[in-house]
Design a protein around this ligand. Sequence first.
Ligand SMILES: Nc1ncnc2c1ncn2[C@@H]1O[C@H](COP(=O)(O)OP(=O)(O)OP(=O)(O)O)[C@@H](O)[C@H]1O
Ligand SMILES: [Mg+2]
Length: 332
Amino acid sequence: MHAGHNLIWGGNGSGKTSLLESIFLLGRGRSFRTRSSERLIRYGRDRLVVFGRTEGEVSQALGVQVSKTDGTMARISGTTAASLTELTQIFPVQVIDPGVHKLVEEGGHRRRRWMDWAVFHVEHQFGEAWVRYTRALKQRNAALRTQAAEVGVWDAELARLGELIAESRRAFIERLLPYWRESVVALSGLEPELHYFKGWAHDVPLAQALGASKARDEARRVTHPGPHRADVIVRLNGRPAREVLSRGQQKLVAVAMTLAQLNLLQEVTQTTPTLLLDDPAAELDESHLRRFIEEVMRLRCQLVLTSLQPESPLFGTPDRVFHVEQGRVQSV
Ligand SMILES: Nc1ncnc2c1ncn2[C@@H]1O[C@H](COP(=O)(O)OP(=O)(O)OP(=O)(O)O)[C@@H](O)[C@H]1O
Ligand SMILES: [Mg+2]
């Protein structure tokens, strides 16, 4: 791929989205279309492998394998990665596809993931705290199911890490807001608000919230308060965006969230993320599509764009063009 603007073109079912999936997998260790990366494996096979190389000051070789028996594994310059989040560090990649409106429409899971990808890059203490928190949370939930007496053992660790995570996210959202306001107005003409919810009552330390929730946690056998329940709530005139925005407007708001975080990332970390744009014209009228493209072109990102046609007049002249046919990619 060219470091600038790449166009992937081909007919329906030729393999454009699959190609983007393989690029995304290299930076995230997961699929953007499905919850289970196993579904990316070719029918009838039991594993897939993707290789790539980053360019820049340090060039790194990346390899990701998804196997039906062993799950997902990554290798970075010849060494097996301890965690898939190591890929994130080396290859920052983000996607905007026809399902992007789900970021606004669906539950908090997607928005947490959206937020955490950027928090990870911007707030340095976040990555490790998150990995250790997730581990401790699993232990506490396991104790809730089998050994109620041991539940309290995890509370101090969870509370300490949980506060760190919440603070990183809060700081990130605060830095994001000016970028968000600018891009959401430019894209949609609307002025919705983003509210960060940390995952438990705002005026209570997590240690106290965990204590207060104990009876309920034991009854339901799961930990309620904590950053695993965090959300970024989008509201327009005080009402939830998913209730008041049309599908196209939800898409524009979700795109604004994503472009805002890419802008922040570039300014704060000087990284050049890769943006995958799958079928960007879907569901946008001409004037909104034009604004969308203007905003994308202002990013200094590596861009990989799919199209049904060999050119994409709205996006101008690409640096490189690839044609996909029956899953085979050819540089044009
Ligand atoms: N796991 C899989 N194994 C084999 N083939 C698959 C798998 N998943 C999808 N396919 C097929 O691969 C082909 C390419 O799909 P893909 O979604 O990449 O096409 P596309 O070029 O993005 O099409 P469109 O323009 O319609 O979005 C399709 O025929 C699809 O059914
Ligand atoms: Mg497609």
